[in-house]
Design a protein around this ligand. Structure first.
Ligand SMILES: *Cc1c(COP(=O)(O)O)cnc(C)c1O
Length: 338
């Protein structure tokens, strides 16, 4: 048993490039991307823009950097964005939008599904008064901790705030999980948004990178900002080739991750006294506080790794988790609670 690979359920960021992805990396035509001469990066940017139905795309080193460049492109210093109080830009990007962009983040309480209500958003837009910052952008997210957001509701929000002169950004780090879960093309989901960010190194399985898409004019500004943020890369095609490979081979297969998460959730739900819920590629459990650390240690002995979050622990399925891994994880949990 000790030679078995670890079943790593901490995040879908832990995947390693597959053999096919390494081959794509080796074969990638390269150039200096800061000069716009890396064919692989150019192809990735075009492909992503096509998939998302936008004019142009920009390859960035991470989803955090892509969100930051987008916030800087939409807002001047002293302007304000509205976003959910549990959204990644507000909680998990080290405050970069405020610290580096001088942008005010106005967090709104999300509902239990991770969404924002229309009246709540409209009420938060500040009136034109020299006392107030100018409310410039609404930033939404999909999925929100695995929860798929209703595209019709996003469209309604986007259209309403655009009428008030705001721009609308989608943090779609796991957009493709939503697209596959809903069986709706990503371009249709993001149609109402001015800009959209998609992460390549989560469920899609690339080692590095994200793409930001929008109009030619918007992406032109974001390209300069990426340079300002230190994100201009040279022969980045070795990474872009992985992203291209991911877009060709790893979108549809996200359905397997969702199936695996469903099976994991169903297996764990049979354990008495362990609250369990399931969303796309995530399962959430709420062990009692006294159990959390002993459970983690027990699972590690069975070569299953989970995160430290408290009180709800997130288990995430991904490319390197197969159905045998799910069975091993369920068995390891059962042996703790027996
Ligand atoms: C993970 C994530 C990001 C940032 O991704 P990094 O790879 O950590 O830069 C942004 N938004 C959401 C919703 C995420 O889940």
């Amino acid at each position: 048993m000790t030679n078995e690979a670890i079943v790593d359920l901490r995040s879908d960021t832990v995947t390693r490039p597959s053999a096919g992805m390494y081959e794509a990396m080796m074969a990638a035509p390269l150039g200096d991307d800061v000069y716009g001469e890396d064919e692989s990066v150019n192809r990735l940017e075009k492909t992503a823009a096509h998939i998302l139905g936008k004019q142009a795309g920009l390859f960035l080193s991470s989803a955090t950097q892509a969100n930051l460049a987008a916030m800087l492109a939409h807002n001047a210093r002293g302007e304000e964005i509205l976003l959910g109080n549990c959204y990644h830009i507000f909680v998990s990007e080290a405050g970069g939008t405020s610290a580096l962009g001088g942008i005010i983040m106005h967090p709104l309480a999300t509902d239990t599904a991770g969404g924002l209500a229309l009246e709540q958003v409209l009420a938060a837009i500040k009136e034109d008064d020299p006392h107030h910052p100018i409310t410039r952008t609404l930033a939404l997210e999909n999925t929100v901790s695995g929860r798929v957001q209703d595209p019709a509701q996003h469209r309604q929000l986007a259209e309403a705030v655009r009428e008030q002169g705001l721009s609308v950004h989608l943090d779609g780090a796991r957009l493709m999980n939503a697209s596959v879960a809903l069986a709706i093309p990503a371009a249709e989901i993001v149609e109402p948004f001015d800009s959209v960010m998609m992460c390549l190194s989560k469920g899609l399985g690339a080692p590095v990178g994200a793409v930001l898409c929008g109009s030619d004019e918007f992406i032109g500004r974001a390209r300069r900002l990426r340079k300002m943020l230190g994100g201009g890369m040279r022969q980045a095609g070795v990474l872009a080739a992985c992203g291209l490979y991911a877009l060709r081979h790893n979108i549809e297969r996200l359905a397997e991750d969702h199936d695996h998460a469903r099976a994991l959730g169903a297996g764990l739900a049979e354990i008495d006294g362990l609250p369990v819920s399931h969303e796309t590629n995530m399962v959430f459990i709420e062990p009692q506080a006294k159990d959390l650390e002993p459970l983690r240690q027990h699972l590690l002995q069975h070569r299953v790794e989970i995160g430290h979050q408290c009180p709800r622990v997130r288990l995430v399925t991904h490319l390197d988790i197969d159905s045998a891994s799910i069975d091993r994880a369920i068995t390891a949990f059962q042996s703790y609670y027996r």
